[in-house]
Design a protein around this ligand. Structure first.
Ligand SMILES: Nc1ncnc2c1ncn2[C@@H]1O[C@H](COP(=O)(O)OP(=O)(O)OP(=O)(O)O)[C@@H](O)[C@H]1O
Ligand SMILES: [Mg+2]
Length: 399
C-alpha cells in the first residue's frame, strides 16, 4: 500500500487517526467542564496506565474539549527533581493568555498577570536555568504584585493564583484547565500542595480543574500525599483496547483510504498487539507498508511483523533500556526471567534478590533508579512490575 497514505501514527503523544475506545472518558469530561463552569462541584480526572496505552493523547483530547468550550488551558510535563512552580506558572500563563484577549477589563487582566508574575518570580534561581527569562515574564509592562501568590509556600501560592485566574475566566462564563502529564514525577510534597489547592478551589466552586496523567502508581502516590486525594479525582485507568476497539483503531483510518482487512488478518494483529495502542499503531503501520492489495491478509501481517518488531526494539523498548545503568539492566533482566513464571506480572523484590544472589537492601538503588526513570513501578508492597508492556518478552528475546 502507498506509504505516503499510511494513516497510522506510532510515536509518543502522536495523535492517532482514530482515538478508539475513549468515548466514555471524553463525554464524562464534557460533563465536568459544564458543571464546573456552572459553579457546581465535580471531580476532575486522573489518568493512569502503562507506557504507550494512550494517556498523553487522551490528555490532549481532553484539553481539546476544554479549548472547544472556550476555556483557558495550559499543559506541563513533570520531571523528576524539578519543582512544579515554574512549569505550572508557564501552563497557567498559557491559559491566562487564551482568556485575557477576550476579557473586557484590561485592568483586571493586568492584576491577574501581576499575581502570576509574582508566583513565577518565586522560582528558586537553580530552577530557572534552562528557561529563558522571558518565560518568567507575563507581559513586559506588568509589575509583579506584592503579597499575593509569592509567599514561597507552594500550596498557599497556588491557591491564591488559582483563585484569581479562575475568577478571570469566570467573568467570561468559562473556566481554566491545567493538564499535568507524567504526574508521577511530581514530588510527594508538591503533589500534596497541588491537591490541597485543588481541594480548596473546588470547595469555593471556582472554575478551575487540574487533570493529571501518569504511570499506574500515580493514584497511590496521590493518596500518599493527601488523604482526601482519593475523593478529589475521578481515577481512570487507561488500558489496552478490547478487541472491538483495536479493530476499530485499524479499520476506520484504513477505510478513509478505501483499504480494509480480512477478518483473520485482524485476528493475527490482535494476537501480536494485545490491544496495546502503541503496538496497534506500530503493527498497523508496518502491515500497511508491506501489503500490496486490499483486503489486507494474515500473510501481510506475518511478513510485516519483523519490521514492526525492529521499529519497536529501537523506538519503544531500546530507547528506554538505554537509559538504564548496568546494575539496573541486571535487575530488569532478572525481572524478565522471573516474569516467565508470573505471566510478566509483578515480581517480588525478594525473588529478584534471590535470583541475583544479593541482599534485598543492596538492590534498592537499582530499583529506585528504575522507578525514577519510569521503567518500573511498585505495583504492591515488596513487588515491582515493568511500566512498559511486553518489556519482559523483549528483554528475553535479546539474548
Ligand atoms: N485510543 C487510541 N486508539 C488508537 N491509538 C491510540 C489510542 N491511544 C493512543 N494511541 C496511539 O498509541 C501511541 C501511544 O500513545 P501515548 O503517547 O499517548 O501513550 P502514553 O500512555 O502517554 O505513553 P507514555 O507512558 O510512554 O507517555 C501513539 O502512537 C498513539 O497514536
Ligand atoms: Mg505519555
Amino acid at each position: 500500500m502507498d506509504p505516503v497514505r499510511n494513516p497510522y501514527a506510532p510515536g509518543a503523544g502522536q495523535r492517532p487517526p482514530e482515538l478508539a475506545g475513549r468515548d466514555r472518558q471524553l463525554s464524562q469530561f464534557q460533563v465536568t467542564l459544564e458543571r464546573v463552569a456552572a459553579g457546581r462541584p465535580d471531580r476532575s480526572m486522573v489518568l493512569s496506565g502503562l507506557r504507550g496505552v494512550g494517556k498523553t493523547v487522551l490528555l490532549n483530547a481532553l484539553r481539546g474539549l476544554a479549548v472547544q468550550r472556550a476555556w483557558g488551558t495550559g499543559k506541563l510535563e513533570a520531571r523528576p527533581d524539578q519543582s512544579l512552580r515554574l512549569p505550572l506558572a508557564q501552563a497557567v500563563h498559557a491559559a491566562v493568555r487564551e482568556v485575557a484577549h477576550r476579557h473586557r477589563d484590561p485592568e483586571r487582566v493586568d492584576e491577574v498577570a501581576g499575581v502570576l508574575k509574582a508566583f513565577a518570580l518565586r522560582t528558586r534561581p537553580e530552577e530557572r536555568k534552562g528557561s529563558r527569562p522571558a518565560l518568567l515574564m507575563v507581559g513586559p509592562d506588568v509589575p509583579a504584585t506584592r503579597g499575593r501568590a509569592d509567599s514561597g509556600d507552594l500550596e498557599l501560592d497556588l491557591l491564591e493564583l488559582f483563585t484569581d485566574v479562575a475568577e478571570l475566566a469566570r467573568d467570561l462564563g468559562v473556566g481554566v484547565a491545567v493538564f499535568v502529564d507524567e504526574m508521577q514525577d511530581v514530588s510527594s510534597g508538591e503533589l500534596g500542595a497541588l491537591c490541597g489547592a485543588c481541594h480548596e478551589i473546588s470547595q469555593q466552586g471556582a472554575p478551575l480543574v487540574v487533570v493529571g496523567a501518569g504511570l499506574p502508581h500515580l493514584p497511590v502516590a496521590l493518596a500518599a500525599s493527601r488523604s482526601y486525594a482519593e475523593r478529589l479525582f475521578r481515577y481512570v485507568v487507561v488500558d489496552r483496547l478490547p478487541r472491538e476497539m483495536a479493530d476499530r483503531a485499524l479499520l476506520l483510518p484504513a477505510g478513509t483510504e478505501d483499504v480494509t482487512y480480512a477478518p483473520d488478518a485482524l485476528d493475527e494483529l490482535y494476537t501480536l498487539t494485545d490491544g496495546y495502542p502503541y503496538f496497534v499503531q506500530a503493527y498497523g503501520k508496518a502491515t500497511w507498508d508491506s501489503a500490496l492489495t486490499s483486503p489486507i491478509q494474515p500473510s501481510d501481517v506475518r511478513q510485516a511483523a519483523p519490521e514492526a518488531e525492529a521499529e519497536l526494539a529501537v523506538g519503544f523498548f531500546g530507547a528506554r533500556y538505554d537509559r538504564a545503568t548496568p546494575a539496573e539492566r541486571d535487575y530488569m533482566r532478572a525481572m524478565a526471567d522471573l516474569g516467565v513464571r508470573h505471566d510478566d506480572g509483578a515480581v517480588t523484590t525478594a525473588e529478584i534478590a534471590r535470583a541475583l544472589a544479593r541482599r534485598p537492601q543492596s538492590l534498592s538503588p537499582a530499583r529506585d533508579g528504575l522507578i525514577k526513570k519510569g521503567l518500573v513501578y511498585s505495583s504492591e508492597r515488596g513487588a515491582v512490575a515493568f511500566t512498559v508492556p511486553h518489556f519482559g518478552k523483549f528483554l528475553r528475546s535479546q539474548r
